[in-house]
Design a protein. Structure first.
Length: 428
């Protein structure tokens, strides 16, 4: 039976603050099944599969790996999150998955490390040297039964990616309070700009606004909310989750989203922001490269979505991301592990692509972009919150959350219904 120790996932701790401070200042366990030349150098074909949001950063790391090891040919395949999870789970079951796959930290998803390691489809990476660099207070999010199965490369964040030109055109400054956010929606609409692009046709895209809002409505006052849920001292219905869901619907009723968000895929929402058709879209910060590539001369930033009129209370969701595992049935495990070794030593390549902080404080990006400045500021101020799903007890909670967001927007569920279904899934 798999066991897992539950701990707090607040990330404004010693390790992350050390990363921030340095930013301001400016060997693989071999596997006999792996391929390699006579010198032991990595070689052969390496297949990596990731969700679209991780594509640009992964590709940058893969290209640098190929330059370091010219006998390796890397193929990076991408798909939107829902398709990626479905296809990869099928491939893992059949033994046809890529050598390296993107795996979510924690326990709350169908592609989380707790789920996959328990199914025996990931290689044990406990003997890799880079495991010592994983922050101790968050190491449990990469482990099952004390064994490490994934490498985290960066701290991810969820916030509103915004188009500075659209803000300038409408004469709007980044909102710091809930009242300012609603007023900004009115101003953008008057200027003929969609305030916030929402891609609910891609179910995974629906969770990010809730995550952004509960960072403040829940975790600002109850940083140990996850532990309270585990002990039965708290429930979804009697917490700030209710306020967050009500505000999510208020944004829709106020005209903050485009028409028919349930018919809009995530890629289209990102396109709308890149072109300035929309001013912002709440996403993981790893989606920034996808937006920037489409409009290289446009400045984009990241703002923490306010949920109250108390600006200092606003929290930014921050968590271990850029997380990769090696598949247990990979035919090139040696090269797959070598890629993870390389990524562990070159986290800045990945971090620079998504304007965030690497796990290793010695590898902080030299260039401070507007998005990186947002993450750095909230971390320095200790105003961060975890991704809720990383400590949910089973994947059903996240899947239920994705579905209830859809149902709220189609009118087939009330907030009470949604909260009740989440609680039922949590209690399993």
């Amino acid at each position: 039976m798999t066991t897992r120790t539950h701990r707090s996932t607040t990330v404004a701790g010693t390790a992350l603050l050390a990363t921030l401070a340095l930013a301001a200042c400016g060997g693989s366990g071999g596997d006999s099944t792996g391929a390699g030349d006579d010198s032991g150098a990595p070689s052969g074909e390496l297949r990596i599969a990731v969700p679209t949001s991780q594509g640009p950063a992964t590709t940058a790391a893969a290209e640098a790996f190929e330059q370091e090891y010219p006998d390796v040919s890397v193929d990076v395949s991408t798909a939107n999150t829902d398709q990626y999870q479905q296809a990869t789970r099928t491939q893992l079951a059949s033994g046809t998955a890529a050598d390296v796959v993107y795996v979510w930290a924690g326990s709350g998803g169908v592609m989380s490390v707790a789920t996959l390691a328990s199914e025996g489809v990931l290689a044990d990476l406990s003997e890799e040297e880079w495991t010592a660099g994983i922050p101790e207070e968050q190491r449990f999010l990469t482990q099952v039964d004390g064994k490490t199965y994934i490498l985290p490369a960066i701290y991810g964040a969820v916030g509103a990616i915004y188009n500075q030109a659209a803000f300038d055109t409408a004469g709007v400054t980044p909102p710091q309070t809930w009242t300012e956010l609603l007023a900004a929606c009115d101003t953008f609409n008057d200027a003929g700009i969609v305030p916030m692009a929402l891609g609910l046709q891609t179910p995974a895209n629906g969770q990010f606004i809730d995550y952004s809002l509960v960072a403040t409505t829940v975790y600002a006052e109850q940083p140990d909310f996850g532990e309270q849920m585990d002990s039965g001292a708290a429930t979804f219905a009697d917490s700030g989750w209710r306020d967050a869901m009500e505000k999510y619907l208020e944004l829709n009723e106020h005209g903050c989203f485009q028409e028919n968000p349930t018919g809009t895929p995530a890629d289209e929402a990102l396109r709308m922001v890149s072109t300035g058709e929309a001013a912002m879209s709440v996403q993981v910060n790893s989606s920034l490269p996808q937006v920037q590539e489409s409009a290289p001369d446009t400045e984009f930033g990241l703002l923490a979505l306010p949920a109250t009129d108390d600006a200092p209370a606003t929290r930014l969701p921050v968590a271990l991301t850029g997380t990769f595992g090696v598949t247990a049935r990979s035919e090139n495990q040696a090269t797959a592990k070598a890629f993870l070794d390389f990524l562990a030593e070159n986290q800045s390549i990945y971090a620079e692509q998504v304007s965030t902080l690497p796990i290793d404080p010695d590898q902080a990006p030299a260039e401070v972009t507007p998005a990186l400045e947002t993450v750095s500021t909230f971390v320095a101020d200790g105003r961060t919150a975890p991704y809720p799903d990383q400590t949910w007890p089973n994947p059903e909670v996240q899947q239920t959350h994705l579905q209830v967001v859809q149902d709220l927007f189609t009118g087939s569920a009330s907030v009470d219904d949604a909260l009740g279904r989440l609680q039922e899934a949590f209690e399993g």
